[in-house]
Design a protein around this ligand. Structure first.
Ligand code: ADP
Ligand code: MG
Length: 614
């Protein structure tokens, strides 16, 4: 038989990844075995599922087992599975390219000299198949797809720039990988080394593993066992196995219930949020089982999308074994399962927040975005999620957090609403004009640093019967307890003349100029005529047009010396009054966090300086 050898180049990102794997990732090389065993187990899970629902397959009676063989003389390690195998197209697709765009982006930013943190991260998201090149200078992979029509192929590479694919002799369904070990990795051709590594990393693989014909693992569905029969170590090892992780989880929740549904669930919150590090969108990581049989891996439907950071398993006896991926989506049972487990998990977080606030804070720091996403989109669970939200406020120190319940609990008797204000930073908010009246009244104000916070508050409207009100809202009404007019303030007729004049000077930049009831120390403040400044800022970001701010409402502080001087200048028909008026207005816009075109302003500021310097 004449065999055709095809040589193909690895995709650029793979070459970079391989370079890092071979040259920089020395720590814990032995994890390569875990990656390969997990691929073998994945391939068998896929096979089992396909068989459950799908067509006739090749070698249908083949047992699901992983065989590992060591050859200390030839210095090879061989891993064989009876999974789905790969067609030629799949070999190219799966082993020659990186599909996930997030990982691709991430790798682009890495260099061989990438710092250790990057390297740890890349270890965490798993270099997967390519980790074999940490220990081998040549990898030969024999594979035969489960599809009846098809051939066997041999894939081979030295992990540098290219690989070859050759038609192979016919083999039974599955994949066999032969690792030709590097000299400094000869240890991995020793039986006891392999036994030890498997014990350490792969105890929970749900298929029998044998080394040189001897069975080594105990197949065990941990989540069906009694809680007090499981040690912390076992939980952690299970987490590492199921999440493909190298660290320990931040939280774990193991619970069983009989009503309203029979459920056995084991959920983990990882130590890190990879989305935060720019890995792109996290894929869901909870597997759905029925009586220990895997129904759906990394299910998209069994939990809400915003819980995609969770890792673990859900097992329910009530699920039909042959439920298909399509019907799962609209299954009433699955959505009930989803609801019950989500609520249970939210309650768990609430309990943790009380029991261990420091740890909850760590969780919040890393995963808050997911909860916010839920609070914004998930109407079913919104109420429960809102309780878990945390913010800084005018009552806290920097990085100290309050919940809405904390806030309501210490509201003063005359206060009827919950106030919040958006700004980029604590300093930005506190130096701005919006807090002044609240400070004077002694009302706490929540600081929101993210646009999504304002969106959540805006659409929520209220919490525990208290209205949620943005402190920069134009028609802010603090009840009959409004600030009294100061004795130092300009007389009301004069204020009227001044505001009318200002309206004329500022023209279409303002819809209204009026006396403020909220200012104490600032001369003026701008408000958005329809809604809040944060909304206006957001619109500005979306439009990306600095000159198109839209008009504002300008409020002036009639007791402020600067405003009084402005009024005097106006009355004297001093031409400088107009210049000052425009600058006061733009200063207020800047204090509101609106972005201005600086060019006109510099000219005006120079004019002002010249005059000030005499
Ligand atoms: P991941 O497992 O995270 O998808 P890997 O780099 O470990 O990434 O593997 C890449 C892909 O190669 C897998 O998704 C799978 O499609 C394929 N693959 C790897 N090993 C096997 C195997 N033993 N049997 C079948 N397919 C495999
Ligand atoms: Mg893998």
């Amino acid at each position: 038989m004449s065999t055709v050898v095809e040589t193909k180049e690895f995709q650029t990102e793979i070459r970079q990844l391989l370079d890092i794997v071979i040259h920089s990732l020395y720590t814990e090389r032995e994890i390569f075995l875990r990656e390969l065993i997990s691929n073998a187990a994945d391939a068998m899970e896929k096979m089992r599922y396909t068989q459950l629902t799908g067509p006739e397959v090749k070698d249908k009676d083949l047992a699901f087992e992983i065989h590992i063989d060591t050859d200390d003389k030839a210095h090879t390690l061989t891993i064989t599975d009876t999974g789905i195998g790969m067609t030629k197209e799949e070999l190219v697709e799966n082993l020659g390219t990186i599909a996930h765009s997030g990982s691709k982006e991430f790798i682009k930013h890495l260099s061989t000299k990438g710092d250790q943190k990057d390297l740890n991260l890349i270890g965490q998201f798993g270099v997967g198949f390519y980790s074999s090149f940490m220990v081998a200078d040549r990898v030969t992979l024999y594979t035969r797809s489960y599809q009846l029509e098809g051939e066997s192929f041999v894939w081979e590479s030295d992990g540098v720039g290219s690989y070859t694919i050759t038609e192979g002799e016919d083999i039974s369904r599955g994949t066999k990988m032969v690792l030709h070990l590097k000299e400094d990795a000869y240890d991995f051709a020793k039986e006891d080394t392999i036994q030890r590594v498997i014990k350490q990393y792969s105890s929970f693989v749900p298929y029998p593993i044998s080394v040189n014909g001897q069975k080594v693992n105990a197949v065990d569905a941990l989540w069906t066992k009694n809680k007090n029969e499981i040690t912390d170590d076992e939980y952690n090892e299970f987490y590492k196995f199921i999440a493909n992780a190298y660290d320990e989880p931040l939280f774990r929740l193991h619970f069983s219930s009989d009503a309203p549904l029979n459920i056995n669930t084991l959920l983990f919150v990882p130590k890190e949020n990879l989305e935060q590090f720019g890995f792109g969108r996290t894929e869901p990581g909870v597997n759905l089982y029925c009586k220990k049989v895997l129904i759906q891996e990394k299910s998209q439907v069994v939990l809400p999308e915003w819980l995609r950071f969770l890792r673990g398993v859900m097992d329910s006896e009530e699920l039909p074994l042959n439920i298909s991926r399509e019907t799962m989506q609209d299954s009433a049972l699955v959505s009930k399962l989803n609801k019950v487990v989500t609520s249970r998990f939210l309650k768990f977080l609430d309990d943790q927040a009380t029991a261990d606030p420091e740890k909850y804070k760590e969780f919040w720091g890393k995963f808050n975005f997911f909860l916010k996403e839920g609070a914004a989109n998930d109407y079913t669970h919104r109420k429960e999620i809102v309780k878990l939200l945390r913010f800084e406020s005018s009552n806290t120190k920097s990085e100290e957090l309050v919940s809405l319940a904390d806030y309501v609990g210490r509201m003063s008797d005359d206060q009827s609403a919950i106030y919040y204000v958006n700004g980029p930073t604590r300093e930005g908010i506190e130096s701005g004009p919006y807090l002044e009246v609240f400070r004077e009244k002694g009302y706490e104000v929540i600081y929101t640093y993210a646009a999504i916070d304002d969106y959540i508050f805006g659409s929520l409207g209220e919490f525990e019967g208290k209205k949620l009100i943005s402190a920069d809202q134009t028609d802010l009404d603090l009840g009959n307890e409004q600030k009294d007019r100061s004795e130092q303030a300009l007389p009301e007729e004069e204020v009227q003349a001044l505001t009318a004049w200002l309206k004329e000077v500022l023209g279409s930049k303002v819809t209204e100029v009026r006396e403020s009831k909220r200012l104490v120390d600032s001369p003026a403040v701008v408000l958005s005529p329809n809604g809040t400044n944060s909304m206006q800022r957001m619109m500005q970001l979306v439009n990306k047009d600095m000159n198109d701010l839209g008009p504002s409402v300008l409020e002036i502080n009639a007791a402020h010396h600067m405003i009084k001087r402005l009024d005097a200048a106006r009355k004297n028909e001093d031409t400088f009054a107009k210049v000052a008026a425009e600058q006061i207005f733009e200063n207020a816009q800047i204090a509101a966090g609106l972005i201005l075109d600086p060019r006109g302003m510099v000219k005006r500021l120079n004019e002002i300086l010249e005059r000030a310097l005499g």
